[in-house]
Design a protein around this ligand. Structure first.
Ligand SMILES: CC(C)(COP(=O)(O)OP(=O)(O)OC[C@H]1O[C@@H](n2cnc3c(N)ncnc32)[C@H](O)[C@@H]1OP(=O)(O)O)[C@@H](O)C(=O)NCCC(=O)NCCS
Length: 172
């Protein structure tokens, strides 16, 4: 079902595409923030505020932005960095990851996640907020179905750093 998904590093000039998709991503998350004062509110102009320091994903060597496309059109994005949500040392973390609603549950997310894992060996982390049960199930599945993944550990954390699941696994 996921044939035709092309996953590639986003070039600096493609940053506006990622920023546009980020608006849809934040809208999805806003559903989980119904009880928060500020998060998930639109600005007066009808847009969400810009993702903080998005430009660092093209500047810092430990950060990357990715785009997923079908037939040349964007269907999702990922931001990858090396910021851990638990004390466990990691090499890569999935900071943000999104597939547009029209293309969900057809393997696009799995194909994209596996392309990311294939880009770097080492310990990967995917942290999901407590209310995002679907994403938690998705990352477990993505790790379990990638050939060569070892040491899959899912931790439930509730501390100053994170409230939710932290999945880690070794690729390669
Ligand atoms: C989570 C997300 C990326 C999944 O993308 P997707 O393209 O729909 O995922 P896939 O079709 O590759 O799903 C693969 C498997 O993961 C699991 N899965 C995916 N979405 C799920 C959900 N909402 N609930 C439970 N399991 C889910 C299923 O096992 C699924 O296989 P199945 O469809 O045969 O049951 C997408 O729903 C999304 O962008 N959500 C909003 C943003 C978000 O939460 N991002 C993750 C932040 S960490």
């Amino acid at each position: 079902m996921s044939e035709g998904v092309v996953v590639s590093r986003a070039a600096a000039e493609e940053a506006p595409i990622v920023a546009n998709l980020m608006q849809l991503y934040i809208h999805d998350f806003s559903e989980l923030w119904f009880d928060r004062e500020v998060e998930g509110e639109l600005e007066a102009d009808g847009r969400y505020s810009n993702y903080p320091e998005l430009e660092t994903y093209w500047r810092d060597p430990g950060r990357q932005a990715w785009l997923f496309r079908i037939k040349g059109l964007p269907v999702g994005f990922a931001l990858v960095d090396d910021v851990a949500h638990s004390p466990k040392p990691i090499d890569r973390a999935v900071a943000e990851f999104f597939v547009v609603r029209k293309h969900r549950r057809r393997g696009v997310g799995l194909a994209a996640a596996h392309a990311l894992f294939g880009s770097a060996w080492g310990v990967w982390e995917a942290a999901t907020v407590r209310r995002n049960a679907g994403a938690r199930a998705f990352w477990r599945r993505a790790a379990e179905t990638y050939p060569g993944v070892r040491d899959v550990v899912e931790e439930d954390r509730h501390d100053a750093r994170w409230d939710g699941a932290v999945l880690t696994f070794r690729v390669g």
